[in-house]
Unconditional design. Structure first.
Length: 434
């Protein structure tokens, strides 16, 4: 089976080759014939690795790109200093390519992987890979070994690895830590609420956004816990010395690290969500000093930024998918385009995917609940599938409302707030006096 276990549904009778056509992509697939219940067919790892389809899990769509570019590591900035304002050249190390290749030091914020009592970690399967994936895997291992971020392992554990396609068709290596995460004590350190972050920006006139390189990799694994991060590949068994993506406690550990590092500046001149740092100033004249304070902390703590993703001294900035300016908040144009080009849902899951996406933007859509109700009704268990006039009208109206979304002004906590109650399942809306 996909997870390496033996099929429990019955023995395999024989193998047949069938011609399959999907989205204009034709291929011959060998199928193993065995009882699998009501499901007509299962396309497994052999097919996935051979055909390398691009899967949109939210919409339930499978496409076949003509070719995939391998992106196992971040691309280097063409000219590291070209976009760095001259007044910050003394902090060039923060944006240097070579500096980042050094293993980060051990700190008090090293992530510990504490297991529940009697937990057992067993090695996972080794998945098949295409030639392109094998090349990317070998390159990734060689580069991570060279920087010291991984090392050969003798661990009794070993998570499987696979590749997932990014939106641009390139490949991203993923270690499947689900079994490790299931037996790990959970760190409940909170991530900041987005509305709390936005509330701190109501008087800001100038912004600088910094993007940390491979944020999680800046935190070391606690000494003695490295073996728990082991992963198995066709090229051997390895373990991480830095915090990899995929660990259940990684977001909490990283947010704790960043909050403590910038404790004196958070909510004063800085808001931080994981590796996204936004520096803000009410008086533009003070902004360079505020930026310098942050860059100094980064340099002192051997943290590095990707210059091509940083923006200095701007009055409008895209932060966490919301466009922020002194006038207020507005939708990111890319999100508007994603909604307006969304194809008509044909299954309940596709309706749920659409609602999940637009729900993130509901603050910009007046009467969102009322407009979206026909679509929400489709997702109820007792509701039969029926895409009719009401559903189509709701779908198209949400698309139209997104294009007309207003700029929301910054709230003022010093003004009184009034509640506008709506008799829809006892929910209410809150609006400040403007």
């Amino acid at each position: 089976m996909l997870d390496g276990t033996i099929s429990q549904t019955g023995r395999i009778w024989h193998q047949v080759h069938l011609a399959v056509s999907a989205n204009g992509h034709s291929h011959s697939i060998p199928f193993l014939v065995c009882p699998i219940g009501k499901t007509l067919a299962i396309l497994g790892m052999t097919w996935l690795t051979a055909e390398a389809p691009l899967i949109d899990w939210q919409q339930g769509l499978v496409t076949f790109p003509e070719q995939a570019r391998i992106a196992s590591e971040e691309e280097a900035d063409p000219d590291p200093m070209a976009d760095l304002p001259s007044q910050y050249h003394e902090f060039a190390r923060v944006f240097g390519e070579e500096e980042f290749k050094v293993l980060p030091p051990h700190r008090e914020y090293d992530i510990a992987i504490d297991l529940v009592p009697d937990a057992k970690l067993s090695p996972g399967p080794i998945y098949g890979m295409t030639d392109a994936e094998s090349k990317a895997l070998k390159q990734h291992i060689e580069e991570e070994l060279a920087t010291g971020k991984i090392q050969p392992s003798t661990s009794s554990a070993g998570a499987p690895v696979m590749f997932v396609k990014k939106a641009d068709g390139s490949l991203r290596l993923v270690v499947d830590y689900r079994k490790l995460n299931d037996v790990t004590h959970k760190n409940v350190y909170p991530l900041p609420r987005q509305d709390d972050l936005m509330a701190k920006l109501r008087h800001a006139k100038m912004f600088t956004k910094l993007d940390l390189r491979w944020g999680y990799n800046n935190v070391r694994i606690k000494e003695g816990d490295e073996w728990k991060t082991a992963f198995r590949t066709k090229y051997g068994l390895f373990e991480y010395l830095v915090m990899p993506f995929g660990l259940t406690n990684a977001p909490a550990a990283f947010q704790h690290f960043m909050n403590d590092l910038f404790r004196d500046l958070i909510d004063v001149t800085v808001v931080i969500y994981l590796d996204d740092i936004l520096i803000f100033s009410e008086n533009p004249k003070d902004h360079p000093n505020h930026v310098r304070e942050v860059l100094l902390q980064l340099m002192k703590n051997q943290l590095f930024c990707k210059l091509s993703k940083c923006h200095f001294h701007v009055t409008t900035v895209d932060y966490l998918g919301i466009v922020i300016s002194p006038a207020g908040f507005s939708m990111d144009q890319k999100k508007i385009e994603a909604v307006t080009s969304w194809p008509q849902p044909r299954t309940v899951k596709q309706v749920q995917a659409f609602l999940g996406f637009v729900n993130y933007l509901r603050r910009f859509i007046p009467n969102f609940s009322s407009v979206a109700r026909p679509l929400h009704n489709l997702t109820k268990k007792e509701s039969p599938w029926s895409w009719d006039v009401l559903e189509e009208q709701a779908f198209q109206e949400l698309k139209a409302l997104v294009t007309k979304a207003p700029v929301l002004i910054h709230s003022n906590p010093n003004l009184p707030y009034y509640l506008e109650t709506v008799v829809h399942h006892c929910k209410c809306l809150s609006n400040p006096t403007i």
